[in-house]
Ligand binder design. Structure first.
Ligand code: 13P
Length: 249
């Protein structure tokens, strides 16, 4: 059986002082949970988080990574740098990166490869906009986003990767996908991988993200192909985040 994972994407939030409390509240509660827990703070707080989480069992991740390994790339952060700060995971292709910062499928696929080369586990984010859902192209969009990684890295790469389905219209809006809507897309993602390798598909952890709250987490996580959540707003409040972790446990 796949182990559940609950990941907190802090986005561009936090401060040294706020993080101190949040990190310590989360690490204190995690020994009582059976799901895996990970947090994704902004880059400057990775060192603080690495220290605060040492020995806690909470995994650390970054919110993005460069497709390049080193050199004259001002403002970029390489995968090996993230590994040095104890990162196990890295988010890739988040809709905010795709939509606001112009990350294409090709760039996301290059970053996926760079992350794995440095030993990081990519959390590949996929999802359709509201216009795409309303025009009936949800499945095609998600399949295209996934294909760009499968085409470049091969299905074997999915053994050490996580996928997160995050409908763009559900992010930060309070409009969660219904458990049935989410399950439908999760099943399609797993089926797409299964065409290439049924065993890899069966083991693949697929998270749901988009307005996950303590009130809706249990029903979402109860769906056959939903293996946990990628949490935004609710990950900034220890009590809410831990309730969501409990729902996955
Ligand atoms: P919210 O939980 O705030 O909707 O954000 C989801 C998200 O984008 C996580 O990556």
């Amino acid at each position: 059986m796949r182990k559940k994972l609950v990941a907190g994407n802090w986005k561009m939030n936090g401060s040294l002082r706020q993080n101190e409390v949040l990190l310590s509240d989360i690490s204190a509660a995690v020994p009582g949970l059976t799901c895996e827990v990970a947090v994704f703070p902004p880059y400057p707080y990775l060192a603080q988080s690495q220290l605060a989480l040492a020995g806690s069992g909470v995994a650390l991740g970054a919110q993005s990574v460069s497709e390049y390994t080193q050199g004259a790339f001002t403002g970029e952060v390489s995968a090996s740098m993230l590994a040095e700060f104890g990162c196990r995971y890295v988010l890739l292709g988040h809709s905010e990166r795709r939509g606001l910062f112009g990350e294409t499928d090709a760039v996301v696929a290059a970053k996926f490869e760079a992350a794995q080369k440095a030993g990081l586990i990519p959390v590949l984010c996929l999802g359709e906009t509201l216009a795409e859902r309303e025009s009936g192209s949800t499945m095609a969009v998600v399949a295209r986003q996934l294909s760009s990684v499968l085409d470049r890295s091969g299905v074997g790469a999915m053994v050490s990767a996580v996928v997160a389905y995050e409908p763009v219209w559900a992010i930060g809006t309070g409009m969660t996908a219904s458990p049935a809507q989410a399950q439908e897309v999760h099943a399609a993602i797993r089926a797409q991988v299964a065409v290439l390798d049924a065993g890899v598909a069966e083991g693949l952890c697929i998270l749901y993200g988009g307005s996950v709250k303590p009130q809706n987490a249990e029903e979402l996580f109860g769906q056959a192909d939903i293996d946990g959540g990628l949490i935004g707003g609710a990950a900034l409040v220890a009590d809410d985040f831990l309730k969501i972790c409990l729902a996955a446990s």
